[in-house]
Design a protein around this ligand. Structure first.
Ligand SMILES: Nc1nc2c(ncn2[C@@H]2O[C@H](COP(=O)(O)OP(=O)(O)OP(=O)(O)O)[C@@H](O)[C@H]2O)c(=O)[nH]1
Length: 326
């Protein structure tokens, strides 16, 4: 991490450590400390260089330091590179506006805490009234911890975009991703391929072994499909019940066919002893491939339709087949 606070050029005033701030008198500081003592947000005061002049207990807790140690340190040292540059220039530009009240934020920032952990937070900065900041411009900052919101947000995003059973992308994500990749391939005149994959005779599997084992079978096939993607910008999704889809940006038919062949072999050789089925029990999948290159299809939906028609052909040709759209 390049932003370790010990590596930064020091704009701090080490001699100010443990000293009373020069810009606020001790009476005002005592009042401020009292006001913000128990508030559940990080509140601190910095000068125009970003140096801490005051920090309440929650600010110290969020920054991973103790209150006294913060005095004389610089807030810029705790910020991620991009945030640090933004706040440094903001503070510099504010020095030219000494007489007008200014405020910035709340903005999302990434904090590098004193204990090397990171924290995502909202930070807002406002200039202190002149009657408090007697000697120079001072700014009061509020730091709001976003960790639990972020955690919840990420969990909800995952739930909204992922198929719960298999962990693959869900159909909505597939459709959105296909539209994006479609646009990109049309603009850059590159190929894009899609494979639709359907487990053969899955109703019989369920009827014979039950839905719980059917679910396990879907998970096992999903793992094989996920592991078969050639690069990170390819996407595997659960398209419907026992049907899966793969998007392969920048892939021609031959690459898609090779991936489908790999999946076919892996699925044909997949044992089910781990879920208590006979050692010789095996399944198969049927696959349909369509590739867009040189404006063959007008829309991404037409591409999926072509893959679906190819899949239907693979089923009617006897299953465990790969069919490629002409
Ligand atoms: N266990 C389980 N079964 C599912 C799920 N979603 C769909 N299915 C089952 O998938 C089966 C699909 O059956 P069909 O559409 O007749 O297809 P098939 O038996 O695979 O036959 P072909 O596709 O023609 O080879 C149905 O029995 C559905 O109940 C699921 O989430 N879990």
């Amino acid at each position: 991490m390049s932003t370790n606070k010990n590596e930064q050029p020091s704009t701090a005033k080490p001699e100010a450590k443990n000293a009373l701030p020069q810009s606020i008198n001790s009476e005002q500081l005592a009042l401020i400390a009292q006001m913000f003592q128990n508030i559940p947000e990080g509140v601190f005061i910095i000068n125009g260089q970003g140096t801490f002049e005051f920090a309440n207990p929650m600010a110290a807790q969020l920054l991973g330091d103790n209150q006294e140690a913060l005095i004389g340190q610089n807030i810029l040292h705790y910020l991620h590179d991009t945030d640090r540059d933004k706040y440094m220039y903001t503070l510099l530009s504010w020095l030219d506006h000494k007489d007008s009240p200014i405020s910035l934020g709340p903005n999302e920032v990434k904090i590098y805490r004193a204990d090397s952990k990171t924290l995502e937070a909202d930070l807002c900065i406002s200039s202190l009234p002149k009657n408090i900041a007697v000697a120079e411009n001072l700014f009061i900052c509020v730091l709001h911890d976003l960790s639990s919101h972020k955690e919840q947000y990420n969990r909800l995003i995952k739930q909204a975009t992922t198929d719960h059973l298999t962990g693959l992308a869900n159909r909505l994500t597939l459709e959105e991703s296909l539209k994006e990749h479609w646009q990109e391939s049309v603009q850059t005149n590159q190929a894009i391929s899609t494979i639709l994959i359907d487990i053969d005779y899955f109703k019989l599997f369920n009827d014979r072994f039950g839905h719980v084992k059917g679910d396990k079978c879907l998970q096992k096939v999903a793992s094989i499909i996920a592991e078969s993607l050639p690069s990170r910008d390819c996407l595997a999704a659960r398209y419907g019940g026992e049907e899966f889809a793969i998007i392969l940006p920048r892939c021609q038919k031959d690459t898609a066919a090779a991936i489908a062949k790999h999946i076919q072999i892996k699925v044909n050789n997949m044992p089910f002893t781990d879920i208590g089925l006979p050692s010789d029990f095996r399944i198969s999948v049927s696959q349909g491939i369509a590739c867009e290159f040189n404006n063959q299809y007008r829309t991404s939906e037409a591409l999926i339709c072509a893959a679906d028609t190819a899949l239907y052909r693979a089923k009617t040709e006897g299953r465990n087949k790969i069919s490629i759209s002409a």
